[in-house]
Design a protein around this ligand. Structure first.
Ligand code: IMP
Length: 447
């Protein structure tokens, strides 16, 4: 524990997903908050396309909560939560999410939850535009979660149709903004929006703005104050490295940067405030939506993962495709993020398999390679993956408290992944409960 605190120092930790999202970042951050004694957590990108499943204990029962826009830290009492300017925020959804937390007794007062006024707003128009672009693309669509993320981020890049959280706080300001947006949008996007419909959307935004007003501020400045007081924080990523808008499997990716180096830009904090990066990855791979997935398994192995891992989208309920751990992609993600230590989740899902494959090389240009291709099209066209097979285990892992408690084949599996990705796997998830994970004493020394 002391070693972990020394390793982290007093800089902010960044937690990122190393795959296509759904790595278990929510549960990982909740566990790390306790280990690291974090005072605050900030989300810097994405929006309600994230679905971080966490468990909140009410008396003896654990209630499952899916957090979409609030950091997962929201379920840990006393931890301050920030939604930074790099996010796109659905204000109506956020009001709802906060009231759902209040219903189970979780405090969501404006002292605790802070939203940056500069964040771009997702509204009904963003959703309508996304429906339109996804259906126009037909079978070539991204397979987006259809929460309006892409159009909201695009509005920030376009500038002419951008609405920010600040715009919601003043009736006149919002009305003037929407009027201007609609003129350009009608000419540019050619979407028909009835006046009556627009009036409803505007009213909804205004009402959400009234509720959110006390929560809105300058997130970077507020975090600076906490840091000045000696508080320790983390930045919590959403989606995963392979969904990064530039460094993922483009164009079948999300609309924001998901990699660790985007945390300073998304929060508005200087990069020197950030230190260690912790990567979260499952003991196998899943993906929702379209796009390449080299180790996808449509046979009995994939079905085992789907069923035992309950692999259904937490926001959409879509079945996730499943497959073997992809060491090529994982090593790329470790490097892209500068990951220093890994939180491996859902190792327990692999119990009951005789053999476990691991993807170790791709067949590209007539040769095996362990390098992740820079051109995403090569990945789309990839026809062969080389697998290594590890012996499985039948034991249930849920009671394992230390690495040595794991069956020897599970230990070997973890050690092999570690060799392949080149960084230590320090934490291992063996079940969904808060305490069902193992912490090893293998943090690297110094740099
Ligand atoms: P969007 O982020 O809704 O635009 O969707 C773009 C792609 O990212 C689609 O393939 C989605 O399925 C995927 N995606 C977005 N957010 C998540 C997430 O939190 N977990 C897993 N996949 C996601």
């Amino acid at each position: 524990m002391r070693k972990l605190k020394e390793w982290v120092g007093n800089l902010m930790v960044i937690l990122v997903g190393l795959s296509w999202g759904d790595e278990g970042k929510g549960v990982a951050i909740v566990r790390l908050i306790k280990l690291l004694g974090l005072d605050f957590v900030v989300r810097w990108q994405g929006g309600p396309n994230a679905g971080h499943t966490v468990y909140y204990r009410i008396k003896e029962a654990a209630k499952k909560i899916v957090l979409k826009q609030l950091p997962s830290a929201a379920i840990v009492p006393g931890v301050k939560c920030f939604l930074a300017a790099g996010m796109v925020i659905d204000p109506l959804g956020l009001v709802k999410e906060m009231s759902e937390l209040q219903e189970v007794g979780i405090a969501t007062d404006p002292d605790r939850i802070r939203i940056d006024g500069r964040a771009a707003v997702i509204w009904q128009l963003s959703k309508r535009l996304e429906e339109k672009s996804e259906s126009a693309a037909g079978s070539d669509c991204v397979g987006s979660i259809k929460r309006g993320m892409g159009p909201a981020y695009a509005s920030a890049a376009n500038r002419f149709d951008l609405i920010t959280i600040y715009d919601l706080l003043d009736e006149q300001r919002l009305a003037a903004r929407i009027k201007q947006v609609m003129v350009v949008v009608r000419r540019f996007y050619r979407v028909r929006v009835l006046k009556s419909e627009m009036a409803v959307w505007q009213q909804e935004l205004l009402e959400a703005g009234r509720v959110l007003a006390p929560y809105v501020g300058d997130v970077a400045a507020e975090i600076q104050e906490l840091i000045d007081q000696g508080k320790i924080g983390a930045a919590e990523g959403a989606q995963g490295t392979l969904l990064d808008i530039r460094w993922g499997t483009v164009p079948k990716v999300t609309s924001s940067h998901t990699i660790a180096s985007s945390a300073p830009a998304g929060t508005g904090l200087p990069h020197v405030f950030f230190g260690r990066v912790i990567g979260v990855i499952k003991a196998y791979v899943t993906r929702v939506g379209n796009g390449p997935f080299p180790t996808k398994d449509t046979g009995s192995f994939g079905r085992h993962l789907q069923t035992e891992g309950a692999e259904k989208g937490s926001v959409t309920g879509r079945d996730r495709d499943c497959g073997a751990f992809d060491a090529v992609a994982a090593r790329y993600a470790v490097w892209k993020n500068g990951v220093g230590a890994v939180f491996l989740t859902k190792l327990d899902v692999l119990s009951g398999l005789e053999e476990i494959p691991i993807g170790v090389a791709y067949w590209i240009n007539g040769a095996w390679t362990t390098e992740f291709p820079n051109d995403p099209l090569i990945l789309e066209q990839l026809s062969r993956v080389k697998y290594e097979t590890m012996p499985g285990w039948s034991e249930n892992l849920s009671e394992c408290k230390s690495f040595e408690d794991l069956p020897i084949n599970a230990q070997r599996y973890v050690q092999r992944l570690e060799e392949l990705i080149g960084v230590p796997i320090v934490w291992i998830g063996v079940g969904g409960e808060d305490d069902q994970f193992i912490t090893r004493e293998n943090l690297p020394n110094g740099d």
